[in-house]
Write a protein that binds this ligand. Structure first.
Ligand code: ADP
Length: 461
């Protein structure tokens, strides 16, 4: 059986309240009532002694008593539920409540018995008498027997007090129970509302709608974490989906042009329009080389993005290594009558030599591509306590502000038609960035259109 969070919370709150109320009621009933009974018994004893003392004061002398005052005391005591029988030393009655008004005594005892059975239905009380000596000036002048409904009894005021206390406890108990139920319900609503929202949101993600986001105004830490996580999950899935769609369309786009050229040229040769001479075959060959390069670049990029990238670090002289790379590119520099300069101290670096070469060659090649005749490329190296900086700058055509934020994205080329002539696929910098990231470094670009471009690579030592 599955229960909602709301039901569980409400029931739990109510149960906790019920247990607390029961415990408080039982304990307070036992302790308070016991305390009250003890108080009543003690009070009774003190009252009896006080009555005996008051009657003793009514002894005049030579066996004479102020009977009228004793009667007053006796009648007041009767009001309190006490039956007084005062006797002198010769056991002669001085004043006896039962003789004075036997009916009233019986009525009083019946009334008290009723009080007690109304409070305790199985009450087994009985009439008991206690005897006290009457002492005047250190002489025993008689005895008084005080009879009452025992072992203890509540008069009307006391009964009213204990009943009010009980009713108050019942009221507090019921009130707490309702308050707990209401609070549990409200609390569960507060908690379940954002959870239900999160569940619906997760459902919409699983149904393929990644565009929605949850706004959570709740101040519960865990719920905020939950909605934040779901929102960033939706962001990631949406980005991935977008990337996947873009990749497919970009790949199709990139491959279509060379394939169409190949197709039309081969068809022209098959139809006898063109002769398959060396020049034409070379042109077909260069298109195939382009396609192979794009596919190869894509393959390495996929491997890099999947994290399947093995970095084999070795310590080497970076300055010298860059100088060697530059020597390898001299032919291309000569074509443009361009100059290249490597500046900076001898810097040693621990990194994957081949992969770092790939990055540097890509950036320098781009610079050579985009500088004019007689242009220049400058490479400068520097180091701090924990970083090695490589700056590669050129005075080439530069990159416009609109293009600059995107040049590390795959297939991004600032000028597609021109770029096709230069043979670029727009993947080189994407790969470069992934390789630098795999070294836990960073790569940044600064450029001014028409003035030049600078790439700044930072690698940890
Ligand atoms: P490509 O293979 O097309 O050169 P890259 O990813 O290496 O691809 O470069 C992406 C784009 O960034 C290039 O097409 C070019 O538009 C721009 N770019 C890169 N380096 C430079 C540079 N030094 N000067 C001007 N533009 C550059």
């Amino acid at each position: 059986m599955k229960y909602s969070l709301r039901t569980k919370l409400t029931v739990t709150y109510a149960l906790v309240a019920l247990i607390c109320v029961l415990l408080i009621s039982i304990l307070s009933n036992i302790f308070l009532e016991n305390q009250f009974r003890d108080y009543i018994v003690t009070k009774q004893e003190i009252q009896n002694e006080e009555i005996a003392k008051q009657i003793s004061q009514q002894y005049i002398e030579d066996g004479d008593w102020d009977v009228a005052s004793i009667e007053n005391i006796g009648l007041l005591a009767l009001d309190e539920g006490l039956i007084i029988k005062a006797k002198d030393n010769n056991n002669n009655s001085i004043w006896d409540a039962t003789v004075h008004n036997s009916g009233l005594c019986t009525a009083m005892l019946d009334h008290i018995s009723e009080n007690m059975t109304s409070r305790y239905p199985n009450w087994e009380g009985e009439y008991i008498e206690n005897s006290y000596s009457l002492v005047k000036d250190s002489n025993v002048v008689g005895t008084v027997e005080i009879g009452y409904y025992g072992p203890f009894f509540f008069n009307d005021n006391e009964l009213a007090f204990i009943n009010t206390l009980n009713n108050l406890l019942i009221f507090v108990g019921l009130f707490s129970l309702f308050a707990a139920l209401a609070l549990g319900y409200v609390m569960s609503r507060i908690l379940t509302k954002p959870i239900a929202k999160a569940v619906n949101f997760a459902q919409s993600i699983s149904d393929g709608d990644y565009t929605l986001r949850i706004v959570n105004k709740d101040n519960t830490k865990e719920l905020l974490q939950l909605t934040d996580t779901l929102n960033s999950l939706a962001d990631t899935i949406q980005d991935n989906e977008l990337m996947q769609k873009r990749l497919t369309s970009d790949v199709a786009h990139e491959l279509r042009t060379p394939l169409t050229t190949l197709q039309s040229h081969i068809e022209a040769m098959l139809d006898g329009i063109w002769k398959p001479d060396k020049q034409r075959l070379e042109s077909l060959h260069s298109e195939i080389v382009r396609i192979t390069k794009i596919v190869g670049d894509l393959e390495s990029l996929t491997r890099l993005e999947e994290g399947n990238i093995n970095i084999h670090k070795e310590k080497f002289d970076l300055t010298n290594h860059i100088k060697n790379i530059v020597t390898g590119l001299e032919l291309r520099l000569k074509d443009k009558q361009a100059t290249i300069e490597v500046m900076g101290p001898e810097v040693y670096l621990e990194a994957d030599k081949d992969k770092l070469s790939q990055v540097i060659i890509n950036i320098i090649s781009n610079s050579i591509k985009y500088i004019g005749y007689g242009g220049s490329v400058k490479i400068s190296l520097s180091e701090t306590d924990s970083w090695i900086n490589i700056s590669i700058s050129d005075d080439g055509i530069g990159i416009s502000d609109e293009d600059l934020p995107f040049i590390f994205e795959r297939f991004y080329r600032s000028d597609r038609s021109r770029n096709r002539e230069t043979g670029g696929s727009g993947i080189g910098l994407t790969i470069a960035k992934a390789l630098i990231k795999a070294h836990k470094g960073t790569i940044e670009v600064k450029s001014i259109l028409g003035e030049g471009t600078e790439f700044l690579i930072k690698l940890p030592k």
